[in-house]
Write a protein that binds this ligand. Structure first.
Ligand code: ZN
Length: 499
C-alpha cells in the first residue's frame, strides 16, 4: 500500500498594500474535507488526486491534513500566519515515518508582516517533522517566488504553464507524476535553477500569444525527455517584495545534473532579451482622461494599480478624481472599497443626500474625493456570483452613490473586481454608461474590449501598479530590471539535490 499525505497553503500578497490580511480571510479545510472539496474538480489538488489514483489504483491510501487558501491581499498578519502554520504543521506529526510521499499545493507569493519566505518556512518545518527520507513534492503558481529554502526541502515541483492560468488540474497532475516516479521508479531528482534579475508585466506574458510563451513551450518540450521530471519558468509576482523576487528558470531531472543545468540556462538566456517588451504599455492618467473626454464612447479605463485580485485594497479614487477635476463630460461608472462611506449610506437610507469624502479609506496615498452624494440603492453584498470564475463574492454592506455624472458602487470588503459582477449585482450595466473603470490586471475581451471604443490601460498610482519602477521596492536583490535600466545578466546556476 502506498501512503501519500496531501496538504496545502496558498496566497499571494502585495507588499505595497498597507492593509494586513487576517486569518479569517482564508478558506480552511481539514482532514477528509479536503478530499470532498477537491475530488473531481479542476484544482491542483483535484488533478493530483486523479493522477495518484490512475497511477496507483487500489494500492493507494491518501491522507489529508490541512489546506488554507487565500486570494490576493496585503501582507498576512504574522500572528495569523503562525496560526495557519501551526494548523498546517501539527497534523504532520501523526504521520512522520508512516507515509511514502507528500504533496503540498502552494502558490509561492506569500509574505507576512514579519516573514519574507513563509512557504520556505513551512517546507523547512515540514521536513523537520517528516524526516529527511520522505519525498515532498509541491505545485506552484508561476507568479510564485521560488526560494533556495524551498528547493532545499522539496524533491520536486510543478508550476503553471499558462497565463492567464487555465492549467490548475494539469499542474497538480504533473506534481503527482514526479512523486510517483520517485516512489515507484526510484527517480533521484536533481534540480537546477537560474535566477534572472528582471520583474515583468504586460501582454507579452500571455502564454498563448506573447513572448513568454517561448519559455513555456521550451519547458513543455523538455517534458518529452524521460530524464526530465519537470521544468518551468517563474515570472514571479512583482508586488511581493522579498529577497529572492526575480524571474527564474528551473529544471528537475532524474539524476542528470548537466541536462538540468544546460536547459535552465538556455531558458533563462532566451527570456532575458525580451525583458524590455515584457513591461506594461500604460497611458498616463491625465492623457487617458483627456482623450476619453473627447471620444464618443463607450470606453473602459483599466486600473490595474488598484486590483484586489492582485493584492491591492480597491480603495483608489485616482481616475474618478482626475475626471471630476477636469469636468469630464460623460457618464461614469466606477467602484471603490470604502467601509465608512458604505456604512454612512446604510445609516441614512435610499434617497438621502450627504457630503463625504470617498476613496483612500485604506490606502493613504489616495485623497478622499469630497462630493455631495445621493444614495441610489443599498444591498447586503452577499452571494455575488462572479462572471469570470467560480467564486462567490461578499462585498459586505454596499451602496450605489451618485454625484452629477458619476455613479459609484461603494463596498465594505475588498473583493475581486476583474469582471462586471459587482456592477450587475447592483443593477448597473456598464453598457449604459459612457465610461467604466475596472480594477483588474487582465479582463477577458468579452467583458469590455469586444464592445468599447477604447480601453485605456491607465498608469494610476496603487499597490499593484504595472509601472513597476514606481512601486517602491526596497527588499528584492538589486540591480533588478526595470528598476535599474542597465541591469546586467550573467547566468549563475544553482543546483539542488537531496540525495
Ligand atoms: Zn498567478
Amino acid at each position: 500500500m502506498t501512503r501519500i499525505l496531501i496538504g496545502g497553503c496558498q496566497q499571494e500578497i502585495s507588499t505595497f498594500n498597507p492593509v494586513p490580511c487576517e486569518y479569517d480571510f482564508f478558506d480552511r479545510t481539514y482532514g477528509d474535507e479536503i478530499r470532498t472539496t477537491h475530488e473531481g474538480t479542476g484544482s491542483q489538488i483535484g488533478g493530483a488526486l486523479a493522477e495518484f489514483k490512475t497511477a496507483l489504483g487500489d494500492d493507494l491510501e491518501l491522507i489529508f491534513t490541512y489546506d488554507a487558501e487565500g486570494t490576493a491581499a496585503g501582507p498576512l498578519r504574522h500572528s495569523a500566519f503562525l496560526r495557519i502554520a501551526d494548523e498546517f504543521l501539527t497534523p504532520l506529526k501523526d504521520h512522520a515515518g508512516k507515509v511514502d510521499g507528500v504533496y503540498f499545493s502552494m502558490h509561492g507569493a506569500m509574505g507576512t508582516t514579519e516573514l519574507l519566505d513563509p512557504e520556505g518556512y513551512l517546507l523547512e518545518e515540514a521536513r523537520k517533522i517528516l524526516g529527511p527520507e520522505v519525498p515532498i513534492v509541491i505545485s506552484m503558481d508561476l507568479h510564485g517566488i521560488l526560494t533556495a529554502k524551498m528547493l532545499q526541502n522539496v524533491d520536486g515541483l510543478a508550476s503553471f504553464h499558462t497565463y492567464p492560468h487555465v492549467d490548475f488540474e494539469d499542474t497538480g497532475r504533473r506534481a503527482a507524476q514526479i512523486l510517483i516516479r520517485i516512489i515507484r521508479d526510484g527517480a533521484k531528482p536533481v534540480a537546477a535553477r537560474v535566477r534572472v534579475p528582471a520583474i515583468v508585466r504586460g501582454n507579452e506574458l500571455i502564454t498563448d500569444t506573447g513572448a513568454f510563451g517561448g519559455q513555456i513551450r521550451y519547458a513543455k518540450n523538455l517534458h518529452d525527455n524521460p530524464a526530465v521530471l519537470s521544468a518551468g519558468f517563474f515570472i514571479c509576482n512583482p508586488f511581493t517584495d522579498v529577497p529572492e523576487l526575480c524571474s527564474q528558470a528551473y529544471v528537475f531531472t532524474d539524476g542528470d545534473p548537466d541536462l538540468a543545468e544546460r536547459s535552465a540556462v538556455e531558458m533563462a538566456n532566451e527570456f532575458w532579451p525580451n525583458r524590455h517588451i515584457m513591461q506594461a504599455n500604460l497611458v498616463s492618467l491625465e492623457e487617458a482622461v483627456s482623450r476619453g473626454a473627447s471620444m464618443a464612447g463607450p470606453l473602459a479605463f483599466t486600473d490595474a494599480a488598484d486590483a484586489p485580485s492582485s493584492g491591492a485594497p480597491g480603495d483608489s479614487n485616482a481616475i474618478i478624481s482626475e475626471m471630476i477635476r477636469t469636468d469630464y463630460p460623460h457618464s461614469i461608472l466606477a467602484s471603490v472599497v470604502d467601509p465608512p462611506a458604505a456604512a454612512k449610506a446604510h445609516e441614512l437610507g435610499v434617497g438621502a443626500t450627504f457630503h463625504t469624502g470617498v476613496g483612500g479609506a485604506l490606502d493613504s496615498r489616495f485623497t478622499p474625493l469630497e462630493l455631495e452624494w445621493t444614495v441610489k440603492s443599498l444591498s447586503d453584498g452577499k452571494n455575488i456570483k462572479m462572471e469570470s470564475w467560480k467564486y462567490i463574492l461578499d462585498t459586505g454592506p454596499t451602496a450605489v452613490l451618485t454625484s452629477g455624472n458619476l455613479t459609484l458602487v461603494v463596498m465594505t470588503n475588498s473583493i475581486m473586481m476583474v469582471d462586471r459582477s459587482i456592477f450587475w449585482a447592483n443593477d448597473l450595466d456598464p453598457k449604459d454608461f459612457h465610461s467604466t473603470i475596472v480594477k483588474s490586471p487582465q479582463c477577458e475581451p468579452a467583458f469590455f474590449d469586444d464592445w468599447v471604443e477604447a480601453n485605456f490601460n491607465v498608469d494610476a498610482p496603487g499597490a499593484t501598479s504595472a509601472n513597476l519602477k514606481n512601486l517602491g521596492h526596497t527588499i528584492c536583490a538589486r540591480p533588478m530590471y526595470p528598476l535599474e535600466e542597465n541591469t546586467v545578466f550573467v547566468p549563475n546556476v544553482e543546483m539542488f539535490s537531496r540525495s
